[in-house]
Design a protein around this ligand. Structure first.
Ligand SMILES: NC(=O)c1ccc[n+]([C@@H]2O[C@H](COP(=O)([O-])OP(=O)(O)OC[C@H]3O[C@@H](n4cnc5c(N)ncnc54)[C@H](O)[C@@H]3O)[C@@H](O)[C@H]2O)c1
Ligand SMILES: O=c1ccn([C@@H]2O[C@H](COP(=O)(O)OP(=O)(O)O[C@H]3O[C@H](CO)[C@@H](O)[C@H](O)[C@H]3O)[C@@H](O)[C@H]2O)c(=O)[nH]1
Length: 440
């Protein structure tokens, strides 16, 4: 089937490549000419394990093309919308400018398709009510809108796209349109559905809410364990042991209970805020006041690490050298949107420290995008002469550091493990003062 994917960022580019991998003929459209040129040459514009391999393979096979020109999506039967929905400046609301622009530009290119119904499929994360509004806008084109939220995690994007935990279709209220939408999208995902991946059929509003409910639950789980870390810090208890012990209960589960510097990225922080904002518009803001607490617990973790670092340095950052291991919001990604690591590094630097950052994937981008930041190639270079080392993104390269070798290069062997990723006993045995999060 011929498919288009509009918006070729972390979600859209991976979706386009994965759809081509399934055998479809795919054109990816984006307004960013530089990104399109890179993608068209088979090179990934961002770090995502396994992505460049399927990108280049499908570009070479001629199944996957990229363009800045919406005219190039002519002939596609299914159009996925994967443009950004960031937080609006000065508000918690989602910025729908890009979704609206994409749909408006797409509309004149829609029409009868010889192979069956033309489908527009929303994948961007949007406030509940958006799909119904867009469906009205698209009605005169004859295209059917399905809302098909995306649940991929960065770092696992390819695997999550080709083998998701579930697929959700938000379908139109009209039974005939719903059936056309379901059947056409089933044909797109035929290989996934053959793996018995659960496919849930629902209405637009539920599909939109499933997405933000899932992210709100995940954010709540992280803030819950970070709140427990605060209790552990006040009592000398160990949050990692606590998480393991409660996680043995299947009803709780062990995943997403890693206490640390909190959640960041281009999704959880802005999605819980947009959800709170939307609840306010709908007159049910009280239903989500707990998310304010989830958000503020998350912010407090960043303050806490800055305070720990100041304390470790004897009360002042002035004239001190601090090595920061990690800039991306999570390992196996170069995404620095709302990165707790970068935020903490910037706060420490603004208070007078000389900060050197290193990150295996985000480092080169950081150097390019923020030339005023000092970036080192690896942990040993960053830590040379440091009075304090902060581990803020738990890359494998950092988890596997040899504490004895790193001790040789620092001025003072003091480490704050913001992700509880290291073995405290091994680091202490090598002569380090080790401080974790919510650990004695
Ligand atoms: N990143 C993820 O892991 C992930 C996972 C699930 C859902 N989402 C959701 O998917 C959406 C996209 O997220 P992302 O992380 O890929 O964002 P992104 O910023 O990486 O990518 C968005 C892309 O859309 C392009 N774009 C903007 N306006 C356009 C237009 N009018 N026409 C064509 N292209 C346009 C931008 O140039 C950019 O390349 C968001 O709603 C996000 O919440 C993201
Ligand atoms: O126990 C944990 C788990 C995660 N995190 C942090 O939480 C953030 C988000 O992590 P993760 O959810 O793994 O990454 P994302 O790629 O942002 O994925 C989330 O956001 C996507 C966009 O909506 C969704 O599709 C995914 O299902 C959802 O997990 C990162 O800063 C992590 O360091 C913790 O602090 N502790």
């Amino acid at each position: 089937m011929k498919i288009s994917v509009i918006g070729c960022g972390y979600l859209g580019a991976v979706h386009a490549a994965c759809m081509a991998e399934l055998g479809h003929e795919v054109v990816g459209v984006d307004v960013d000419a530089q990104k399109v040129a890179l993608l068209a040459s088979g090179r990934a514009p961002f770090h995502e394990p396994g992505f460049e391999e399927i990108l280049s393979r499908n570009v070479e096979a001629g199944r996957l093309t990229f363009s800045t020109d919406f005219a190039d999506l002519a002939g596609a039967q299914v159009h996925f919308i994967g443009v950004g929905t960031p937080q609006l400046d000065g508000s918690y609301a989602a910025d729908l400018t890009y979704v609206d622009a994409a749909v408006t530009t797409l509309a004149p290119h829609l029409g009868e398709h010889p192979d069956g119904p033309t489908l527009v499929v929303g994948k961007s994360t949007v406030p509940v009510g958006t799909a119904a509004r867009l469906a009205e806008q698209l009605a005169p084109t004859g295209a059917t809108l399905v809302w098909n939220p995306e649940f991929l995690r960065e770092g696992f994007a390819v695997q999550d796209t080709i083998s998701p935990d579930r697929i959700v279709y938000g379908l139109p209220g009209d039974a005939d349109l719903a059936e056309r939408g379901r059947a056409t999208l089933d044909a797109v995902y035929a290989d996934l559905l053959a793996q018995d991946i659960p496919r849930l059929l629902t209405d637009y509003a539920t599909a939109e809410l499933v997405k933000v409910a899932a992210n709100s639950f995940l954010a709540t789980k992280i803030s819950f364990i970070n709140a427990m870390a605060e209790l552990c810090e006040a009592t000398g208890a160990d949050v990692t042991a606590l998480a393991e012990a409660i996680g043995h209960d299947d009803r709780i589960g062990k995943k997403f209970l890693r206490a640390g510097i909190g959640f960041g990225g281009g999704c959880l922080p802005k999605d819980i805020r947009a959800f709170m904002h939307r609840a306010g518009e709908l007159g049910v803001d009280q239903a989500l006041t707990f998310l304010r607490e989830v958000d503020s617990i998350n912010d407090r973790r960043r303050d806490h690490v800055v305070n720990l670092a100041r304390h470790a340095l004897g009360g002042t950052f002035e004239g001190k050298k601090v090595a920061v291991l990690g800039a991306a919001f999570k390992p196996d990604s170069d995404d620095m949107r709302n990165s707790p690591a970068l935020d903490i590094a910037a706060r420490i630097e603004s208070q007078g420290a000389d900060v050197v950052i290193t990150d295996p994937a985000a480092g080169p981008r950081l150097r390019e995008e923020r030339p005023y930041v000092t970036v080192a190639d690896d942990a040993h270079t960053a830590a040379a002469g440091a009075d304090l080392v902060l581990l803020l993104t738990e890359w494998k390269q950092f988890r596997e550091l040899d504490p004895a070798a790193l001790r040789e290069v620092v001025a003072r062997p003091y480490l704050i493990d913001g992700r509880n990723a290291l073995d405290p006993a091994a680091w202490r045995a090598a002569g380090w003062t080790y401080a974790g999060i919510g650990r004695p």
